[in-house]
Design a protein around this ligand. Structure first.
Ligand code: HEC
Ligand code: HEC
Ligand code: HEC
Ligand code: HEC
Length: 171
């Protein structure tokens, strides 16, 4: 046998090994349904699991039942695309529960307690080198994201001392 065949045999061996391991490791129900191969790959048997998975966040329609004034304010503000629960859900669970028993009435527990720390706002507004100032993917044209340098922008004072969060105006 020519020496040139030896590496070919090794390569074929590696491919056969990979295909063999794939057959063993990939579960049989890992399929692309509906013939759409782009996004469809998943374990078909886990569909029921995700259907029954309890949703933790309710969205603002839920809060609207009791806080319609806040919804209107926020809808008209710079935070119109930020859900209430982005700032309010379960930040200080040990401190204080939501004054109404949402679990009993709505099957939902919101351990509220208001987070007024700079940390809350820094989560989104702290300037990051890799985050663009302008986002271009919106239909209405480039959209700005306002970031501040927390070490320079009024350090040591809670943001909510000056900013009205729901209106994104000033107090
Ligand atoms: C069943 C009615 C009801 C629903 C639904 C509801 N709330 Fe409330 N919430 C209240 C009442 C009543 C208070 C106490 C009075 C007030 O501060 O307006 C309150 C107070 C609050 C407070 C202040 C808590 C504090 O410690 O002072 C926040 C924050 C809040 N709700 C956020 C939310 C968010 C976010 C949602 C949606 C996920 C929501 N609520 C859904 C009734 C409700
Ligand atoms: C960007 C973060 C953020 C978003 C979004 C937000 N909140 Fe707030 N919320 C706060 C902060 C911070 C405070 C405390 C404000 C202060 O002390 O000036 C607060 C206070 C409150 C209070 C109690 C004090 C008050 O002003 O009556 C309620 C009730 C409340 N929010 C409900 C809501 C609801 C309902 C939504 C959704 C429409 C919402 N919030 C959206 C951050 C937020
Ligand atoms: C979940 C992310 C998120 C959090 C948390 C958040 N913001 Fe925002 N904020 C946004 C987005 C998105 C906008 C709209 C884009 C913009 O104007 O920068 C915005 C806009 C603003 C604006 C308006 C800027 C302008 O000139 O139009 C102010 C002021 C502001 N936020 C202050 C705060 C303060 C204070 C807090 C903390 C209590 C806070 N934000 C928490 C996402 C967030
Ligand atoms: C002492 C009052 C004060 C405090 C505390 C404060 N700010 Fe401001 N902030 C202002 C004023 C005044 C402006 C408008 C002038 C400017 O851009 O400096 C502003 C502007 C902003 C803007 C808009 C910037 C832009 O590009 O247009 C954002 C976002 C913001 N602040 C977020 C925050 C966050 C987040 C915190 C807390 C980490 C905070 N601020 C703390 C007074 C304050």
């Amino acid at each position: 046998m020519s020496h040139a065949w030896r590496p070919v045999i090794v390569v074929i061996g590696v491919i056969v090994f990979i295909l063999g391991m794939r057959m063993i490791l990939v579960p049989g129900d890992f399929k692309a349904k509906n013939g759409d191969y782009k996004y469809q790959w998943h374990r078909v048997s886990s569909e029921e699991f995700w259907k029954n998975f309890p949703v933790k966040h309710k969205g603002r329609e839920f809060c609207k039942q009791c806080h319609p004034d806040k919804i209107e304010k926020v809808a008209d503000s710079g935070h119109k695309n930020v859900q209430c629960e982005n700032c309010h859900a379960q930040f200080n669970p040990e401190k204080k529960g939501h004054p109404i028993n949402l679990k009993e009435d709505f099957g939902y527990l919101l351990d509220i307690g208001i987070d007024r720390s700079r940390e809350l706002c820094k989560r989104c507004h702290a300037k990051l080198e890799y985050r663009p100032n302008l986002y271009f993917m919106f239909a209405k044209g480039p959209s700005t994201f306002h970031m501040i340098d927390p070490t320079k922008h009024n350090p040591g004072i809670e943001c909510v001392t000056c900013h009205d969060v729901h209106r994104t105006g000033f107090k």
